[in-house]
Ligand binder design. Structure first.
Ligand code: PAN
Ligand code: ZN
Length: 198
């Protein structure tokens, strides 16, 4: 992962505005810009050998997140642009790592601006769900549901996300449990399959 803090001097204790480039799917002056490469996705794809080949070849960007440094406090709202690139690893579509919120009873809204794909979701007890991402479609992730974005298209999948200030992120639990569903694209056909069968 590459993460850097930009020089944005916006003060967050007073009302402020943020500019977006909705064509490129970027926040123009973010305070935090996170870039996750293929090499930060080890352990997430079914075909580990294909991932290693991709890392050796070019280690492409999987996704980027653009954020402001909103205090992690009750009453605040976190928001970001999440941009997942197109591509596959052994036929499995590029995706985000996925997480639960560290404060698990906090929901999230994803409004899809561009691209297409799915939000994969799961509860700690194992129940899973998915929602289609298309421009103009919003996905509501209820409290307690882990969530991961998957790009099934040929262009970046871009969403604007909003969630409670205190939510935080818990990557460890879902990494151990694994998502019950995987999304593949072979010969242009998208398939959502149980992870065991994938
Ligand atoms: C999003 C995600 C973003 C990147 O802002 O953080 O899509 O995915 P990972 O955090 O799983 O790497 C969000 O759900 N925030 O809570
Ligand atoms: Zn989240």
């Amino acid at each position: 992962m590459k993460e850097h803090t930009t020089g944005s001097s916006v003060k967050l204790d007073k009302p402020f505005g943020v500019d977006y480039d909705l064509v490129q799917g970027i926040m123009k002056d973010p305070q935090v810009h996170t870039i996750r490469l293929a090499s930060s996705m080890r352990g997430h794809y079914k075909d580990a050998a294909s991932l290693e080949a991709l890392i050796a070849q070019s280690d492409p960007v999987h996704y980027e997140v653009f954020e402001m440094k909103i205090p992690q406090e009750v009453g605040q709202l976190q928001f970001c642009i999440s941009k997942t690139y197109p591509g596959t690893v052994g036929g499995e579509c590029f995706m985000t790592k996925g997480h639960y919120h560290a404060v698990p009873g906090t929901a999230e809204i994803y409004l899809c601006l561009r691209g297409e794909g799915y939000m994969l979701m799961k509860l700690p007890a194992g129940e899973s769900a998915y929602e289609k991402f298309l421009p103009g479609r919003m996905c509501y992730v209820p409290p307690f549901w882990g969530h991961r974005t998957v790009n099934t298209g040929d262009e970046p999948l871009i969403s604007f996300c909003v969630y409670p200030g205190e939510a935080g992120h818990n990557y460890g639990d879902i990494e151990k449990e694994r998502f019950p569903l995987r999304v593949f694209k072979r010969g242009g056909k998208v398939e959502i399959v149980p992870a065991k069968a994938g």
